[in-house]
Design a protein around this ligand. Sequence first.
Ligand SMILES: Cc1ncc(COP(=O)(O)O)c(C=O)c1O
Length: 479
Amino acid sequence: MEWKPDKTSKKAVYKQIAEYIEQGIADGTFPIDKPLPSERKLAEQYGLNRSTIVAAYSELEANGLIERKKGSGTIISKDIWGLAKKRIPSWNRYIERGSFQPNMPVVQRIRKESEEKHLINFASGELSKELMPEDYIREMIRTNEFTGNLGYDHPQGNIDLRTTIARHVKKYKHIITQPASILITSGAQQAIHLIIECLLKPGDAVVIEDPSYHYSLPIFKSAGLKVFRLSVGRNGMNPEDLIELHKKHQIKMIFLNPIFQNPTGTLLSHYQRKKILDISSEFGIPIIEDDPYSLISFTEENASTLKSLDKNGNVLYVSSLTKIAASGFRIGWIIGPTPVIERLADAKQQFDFGHSTISQWLGNEFLRSDYFDVHIQMLKTELKKQRDVMANSLQEYLQEEIDYYLPKGGIHFWCHIKKDIDDFELLEQAIKEGVIYTPSLTLGTKKGYIRLTYGRVNAEQIHIGVKRLANAIRKSSKR
Ligand SMILES: Cc1ncc(COP(=O)(O)O)c(C=O)c1O
């Protein structure tokens, strides 16, 4: 409730106002870098005579808390604030001046709304509880002795986990590597951040896919990079576009999510994979292969990673447990030339002294267990069912209104809305109807697209969610 002076109190009204403003300066209600409200405004706000406000301000001025300058209003004293010589940092200014950029406001809004239980969540890029190996982990904790290390571990991460990852990528991704060439990170997200911070400089030109998950990450902008976007077609990025761009801008790094790309679900064709690797070798441009989804494949189609085709060490390979097990493990990994890995490990140590050893122990036990295969088979079967329910629901409720690409793996549908709608309005309308998704604004430039993620919702929720979305699309007016 808004504060008001108590006219029935024994304390003079001007004193109450002076104390309220003094308290408000101390707790930040009145930011130190902004002028205080004018006497006229406060008088109107509290229904008082202006002379009462003048008296309150005079008292604060006499105490050295504020300064009144003709023409520039009433400001808070900056040097010495208050008799106790307290100084208050201007938090607002600090919040705005840091070089590390905040998330886009629309991303912040979606995150906040996603916590609302009544909303059907097609926005979060993670798995539902039912698809995570919760029972296995619970049983493992109950029956196994903790054999991990509770001290700071190796800067590159626990050696047992790195050994297991080397075996894992050999078996599932045909990547030949060794523990010395692996760094454990806090998810793929931290892997990307470390690469940007350690291997690139402000002003460097980099390429990302358009649309892409990478577009939504302010860490590129925070690092002062020049980000160029190359459009993703049915078969991924066009290698010719890459050559053209490099000739103009001297590209320093290429970020790709070649298998079941987020958000389009596309697979970079074998021909394009080879061609992009050739370009990387010809011009000496490193490729960051972000590969969180390749194990969730619903097809027999060849989906070999770029890293498995990379004979010269041009690719830094990034993956994690998030999309194949559980986001809460926060376990990711980077595979690359050992000196690069050591450089990144040195930075990781500066950031956080390494990843939690308990999480690494659990991740290792899970990844090396016989259960891992069983889990992946279950995941593929269930996610394929969820994908099909989403495709059927889209057919049932939105056949006329949208086009989509049927993903052959991963957890995302990329849909084009044929009707000319306002993207912000549709999002607001969808939230009102009880469903949330990721709008294209956060993933690239194309308007009129939405990403629907079917990883965190069950069949019933998918059906209801698509129906709600259809209502929202019908209710949204034209641009
Ligand atoms: C392509 C891609 N890369 C990286 C990440 C980050 O995942 P995490 O840090 O949880 O491993 C995501 C998550 O949505 C993603 O889709």
